[in-house]
Design a protein. Structure first.
Length: 223
């Protein structure tokens, strides 16, 4: 792929551009620490990931509510009793979640050749807070709040195609489940930013390309 093949690159945000695992771990450990509870980072990520899929599959609700319910259920898996009135700690922490080290450098390089976009399972206000961490702007932004759906549903991608009009679109994301699978269903070229060295799901689609991080993505595109 080269800079001449596409007009706009859309990204998943949390996990691809933002270190969501680091943010979630810190938030859980801080809140649980107030109760004298110590939590293992790997167990936090595993519990959160499992419960978030379940919560989002139950139907659309604001992502703040998804975060709260996921936190409560994940805490239960971890043996930490978290009352509902305290479960908002995760949404409150989201504004502090930081970009990966390679994020802004890569985005700045790509912005020289492409328009940029974000397709995210989040509320508008939460994403607005996160965007303050980026050193570039985005031309196309589709949130779960706007389409009232969560990836791996197709609504984000269909909306992006509609807004992009005739622009040639490339999607880049870390989550195989949330992004590579639905993008492939719509025949959108997709780069799997495989930061965690995971494997393609058995019987699942093969991404157009696979890279380890955003620096490799910029090299792939020939910038």
């Amino acid at each position: 792929m080269t800079a001449q093949d596409f007009d706009i690159i859309t990204f998943d945000c949390y996990g691809t551009l933002i270190d969501w695992e680091g943010g979630i771990v810190k938030a859980f450990q801080t809140e649980a620490g107030n109760d004298g509870v110590e939590l293992d980072p790997n167990r936090i990520v595993a519990a959160y990931s499992a419960e978030e899929r379940s919560v989002e599959s139950e139907g659309y609700r604001l992502y703040r509510e998804v975060l709260a319910e996921t936190a409560r259920r994940a805490a239960g898996r971890l043996g930490w009793k978290l009352y509902s009135e305290r479960a908002g700690f995760l949404a409150e922490s989201l504004v502090t979640w930081k970009p990966f080290r390679d994020t802004n450098t890569a985005l700045e390089r790509l912005a020289n050749e492409y328009r940029l976009g974000i397709l995210s399972n989040v509320d508008d206000d939460l994403l607005a807070a996160t965007r303050q961490h980026f050193t570039v702007d985005f031309d196309l932004v589709v949130t779960a709040q706007q389409v009232r759906s969560y990836k791996p549903g197709l609504a984000h991608f269909k909306e992006a195609i509609a807004r992009a009009d005739k622009m040639r679109l490339l999607h880049a994301a870390q989550s195989y489940f949330h992004d590579v699978v639905p993008a492939s269903k719509l025949e959108i070229p997709v780069v799997w930013v495989n930061r965690k060295d995971e494997h393609i799901e058995q019987g699942g689609p093969t991404p157009t390309h696979e890279v380890r991080d955003l620096a490799e993505l910029t090299d792939l595109l020939g910038d």
